[in-house]
Structures are given as structure tokens and as C-alpha cells.
Design a protein around this ligand. Sequence first.
Ligand SMILES: NC(=O)c1ccc[n+]([C@@H]2O[C@H](COP(=O)([O-])OP(=O)(O)OC[C@H]3O[C@@H](n4cnc5c(N)ncnc54)[C@H](O)[C@@H]3O)[C@@H](O)[C@H]2O)c1
Length: 516
Amino acid sequence: MAAPHVVLVGLMGVGKSSVGRALARELKRPFVDTDSVIESNEGRTIADIFAVDGESTFREIERRTLDSVLASSEPAVIATGGGVVETDECRETLLRLRRAGARVVWLAATIATMAERTGRSNNRPLLTGDRESTLERLLDRRRGFYEEVSDAKIDTDGKSVARIVREVMKAVSQTSAPAGGRRVRVALGERSYDVAVGAGAISQLSSMIPADAKRAVIVSQVGVPSIPEIDLPTHLVHIGDGEHSKTLATVEDLSRQFAQFGLTRNDLVIGVGGGLVTDVAGFAAASWHRGTRVVHVATTLLAMVDAAIGGKTGVNLPEGKNLVGAFWQPSGVICDTNWLATLPDRELRCGWGEVAKYHFLTGDDLLAMPTDERIARCVQIKADIVAQDEREGGRRALLNYGHTFGHAIETVTGHHFAHGEAVALGMICAAHLARLTGRIDDQRVDTHYRVLDAYGLQSRLPANLDHDALLVAMGRDKKATAGLVFILDGHNGLESVPGVDPARVLESLALAAGVR
Ligand SMILES: NC(=O)c1ccc[n+]([C@@H]2O[C@H](COP(=O)([O-])OP(=O)(O)OC[C@H]3O[C@@H](n4cnc5c(N)ncnc54)[C@H](O)[C@@H]3O)[C@@H](O)[C@H]2O)c1
């Protein structure tokens, strides 16, 4: 396990070394400046390494140095070189370390301040030509990277070193993972954010509230536990329960309440509830003043492992579910597993239906993990998929495993099965279809049954279902753009498979309705 280092990142001239040294004194820890370590190991200045061996050699030395500094088991304050975030491996290392408890703080300053401060040094090989425009270019390129790897950003302009140290210490204490909990990063460049997950994670809420927000509207429902008071004036709005409340009329009503409360574009919406609340609050925030920040506090299992993460927001129309919406990433998400205690059994079961799909997305043995760890792992899997494919152009579609069959089962049974229950049955149908098309063996089909049983989910399709009607419903699926499209398991994991033979689909339905 890596030590809980405090790592400072940021462009040259923001004060990483002076702040790092003072912070280390305050925390009674060693201070390590990776640039100084490189110079002492190499026996020459950074400017010399750049001049003789070039930037790529320097970056490789820097990567090795960072690895060895971070591997130390004694917690330290570490100041990094400004360009460390440009190396994929270094960013990966920083993100991995944060998952293990280290904290990364981004020190920032205006271009003018950085230009003024760097003017005193001649060991800045990238700072050639017009200093201000070079710094601007570097910041443009690196801003998203700093955002991605850091827990907090501190502006340093006009502040004394002592004050910056105090602010870093406050940020580090606020972003520390709750006891038994953790933070998962959704890495999306400038739109990156954290998901705090675990028992007591709600204590992390204040650290997710943007410093410049002046007021917040809390969107929730009657019966959903309330959040602790926050340090801003708030206005609480309860929206209705059930899919019939997930409408444009609800968004209009919310927006009018935003207006009456004086919510500005710099303020905050906080969605507190299940997937319905986070979808509606997220969509209202996405459209309010063309985009206002939103933090989600997920209170159902389904919202924790799925709906609140990834930025899909929207509402229903009489013509269909989730037809109007937007991608709008939150600024942070809280998944406090203590709140599952009040969740009705059926809602919990529906959440497990979505958790079950994660068993087939990676090779992890989720059943072997304690519940909170399993939920955190599902959050991590979803975060990784969203980071790779924010707009569902590819891999994100795999999160729809079991959904083509599941939606048809919901429709044809008139919603006798709730979404998560239908998805679980859908995965059994998909497993049989994959077996029939030679993609998986019997043993893998058995694994599907074993996973569903472990979550107390029904795994046998009711005998009296009309299979032809299911087939027609699947043909109407909005994803059925190339004949019948299914996400199917296989030797290489889940894949999207177009043009599936309807006869095979009917066979798999018959097998799913049989005794296993
Ligand atoms: N955006 C996405 O990526 C995404 C993904 C999956 C689902 N969804 C959407 O999520 C919605 C379903 O979400 P859901 O399953 O969370 O249902 P939900 O939000 O309707 O909540 C279910 C019920 O539980 C209550 N509840 C919530 N938290 C509670 C708590 N801690 N204790 C007691 N009661 C509580 C709610 O008031 C509600 O009555 C659907 O509208 C679906 O379209 C969105």
C-alpha cells in the first residue's frame, strides 16, 4: 500500500517548491522536489538534460523519478515538475495513488503572476520566446490534465505562502476518504470529478461544493433521507415520485423555482435521490442558464452504481422513456452506503440487478467482496467506461447488457417486472443466446444463474410470456439499428452483436423459460 503522500502539481511559477517546503514543515514530513531529485541523480541541470537529450528523454527520467519517490513508504510532501501530467503513465500513477489514499493538489496562478515569478529563473527550458504566450499555451494543453489528476485546486494569486499552506491543508482534510470509504475519479479532462463512496461518504459533500457557488437548490423527493446542512443558503424542492413525474413539466416547475430563488449560473443544483431525481435534477441543471453545476447525492443502489455517474440526464415523453435529455457531467457524486438501510427491498433488488451486469464486464469476483467494496468497484468500472467513451460511441453501450431483452420484458408484462428485475432476466436470455451462437459454454451460462441467485433475483422467465410479442418489442428497441442488436458475452468479454437471427432469439427465450 502506498503512503498517503500530498503531491503538488501545477505549472512552473505557481509556487510548488516554496509552498511544498512550508507545508512539509507544518505537517512534519519530509519534502521532496522531483526536479531537484532528477538534477542530483543526473548530476546536471534540467536545462542541460533538455538541451543535450531532448524532452522525451527528460520525461522518461521524470517518470522513473516519480515512481521511485512515490514508492516511499514514509508519507511526504512532493512537488512535481510542471509537465509531469503530460505523460500518460505519470497521470495513471497519480490516479492510482489517489485511490490508495494520497492527495493531489493543483496550485494555480494567473499567467501574469507565473510570468513574473518565472522571470527570476534561467532553468526553464520550455520557457523560450514570449514568456506569457508560452505559459498560456502550456496551460491550455495541461489544464485538463491537472483537473483530471487532482483532488483540489488552490488559486495562489496575491496570497502569502502561509495562507496557501492553510488552504492546502484544509483541502487535503476535506478530500480525505471517509473511514472505510474511498474516492473514485471519473477522468474526463476539465470535466473530471470524484465519486465518494462508502459508509459515511456524505461527510465529503462540503468538499464537492464549488468555492464560488453562492446558493444551492436541493432537488429531492418526500421519503428520501435529507442531507446535512451545508454552508450556503439553500432552497429545497421535492419533485414527484414515479416515472410519470419525470417530465418536461417537472423541469419547467423546477426552473421557475430556480428563478424565484435567484439561482445564477455560478450556483449549484444538488440532486438528492435515486436515478429519477438525479436524471431530472441533472437535466434541469444542464439547461438552467445553459449549464449550471450539479452535485448528485445518490440514495438508491441503482443510482450509486449507475444513474448518478456518467452525465446522462433526461426526462420522459408520452412517446417514450428518456427521449429528451443532455449529457451533463456532475461536479461530484456522493454514494453513502449507509443510506441503503432505508431503501425498500424491491428497490434494493433492482439495484442488484444492475450490479449483476458488472460481473460480466470485467473478470472481477465481485461476490467475494464485502458489499461496500463491491459497490465501490462497480462505481470504478462505470467511471472507467465513461472516461473511455463519454458519449456511448462504443464501450459504454456494454453497460446495456441484458437491457434489450429486459426492456421487452418490462413492456410485454406491462411493467410487472421492475427495470432491474427485467434486466436480470434479460441477462439470462442473453446468456442462452450467447451459448446458442457458440460464444460461451454451459459453465458460463451457469455462472449467470449463480450470480442472479446470489442477489435473490428471479432467473427463470415466466412460462406464460408471449415470445413473439417479446421479439416484436425488441425490434422496436431504439438501439435496433442493424437488425436485432444484443450485447453478448463471449471469449473476449461482452461485445455488441448486430444482425442476430430471430429464430435463435426465440430459442433462447424458450431455454430461459425452462428449468435449469
Ligand atoms: N442516467 C443514467 O445513466 C441512468 C441509468 C440507469 C437508470 N436511470 C434512471 O433511473 C431511474 C430509476 O432510478 P432508481 O431505481 O434509483 O429509482 P427512483 O429514483 O425512482 O427511486 C425509487 C424509490 O426509492 C425512493 N428512495 C430513494 N432513495 C431512498 C432511500 N435511501 N430510502 C428510502 N427510499 C428511497 C424514491 O423516492 C423512490 O420512491 C429511471 O428513471 C431510469 O431511467 C438513469
